[in-house]
Design a binder for this molecule. Sequence first.
Ligand code: NI
Length: 211
Amino acid sequence: MSKTLIALAFAGGIAAGGASWWLAAPSPELPQRSAAELMDVVMWNKEPIGGPFALIDHTGKPRTDADFRGKFLLVYFGFSYCSDVCPTDLQAIATAVDKLGPSGDLVQPLLITVDPEKDTPEQLKGYVGLFHPRLIGLTGDEKQIRGVANAYKVYFAKTDPGKWADPSIDHFGFVFLMDAAGKYVGFFPPGTPPDRMADVIRPLVEAAHPL
Ligand code: NI
């Protein structure tokens, strides 16, 4: 019997016992490729990066990629309980946006959570405000988050709780730059200084939107 059949049989048996369990069941996770394979794709530009998404922002409002047309996007995948690189990278993004001055208004920074279980809109609201007033936090269900991560070729996975004191989430820390038409421009590796980000973004934004 395949794993899928076993899962269906199991789910069917439980669901018969209570409809509420069925409604509360998490959506099945989409598959993910290995970190090494995804790293290759991003580093060597082997496949398209980005794509459509439909998520919920930190105010509870539905948002799609199309809502941001006309603005450059800085897209970062992370989570609010991250004590590793997320705070540093988000601070760098925020500083870069401010350093751009008026051009910065044409750049929308986005944090897409890789921890949708804990990162509710309310949780994200408190978190994004720590970095920049215009940083938008996005969350969704597990399938939506895996879908957008797969589109951006972003690896994320829970760490083994037996190996570390607290289970956490490993994730890529690339900052993806998308243009005003929603097309992928390139990425900044984790640890890129804000000055460098601003220097790269400024001429692109000025060429697209002469001030
Ligand atoms: Ni992180």
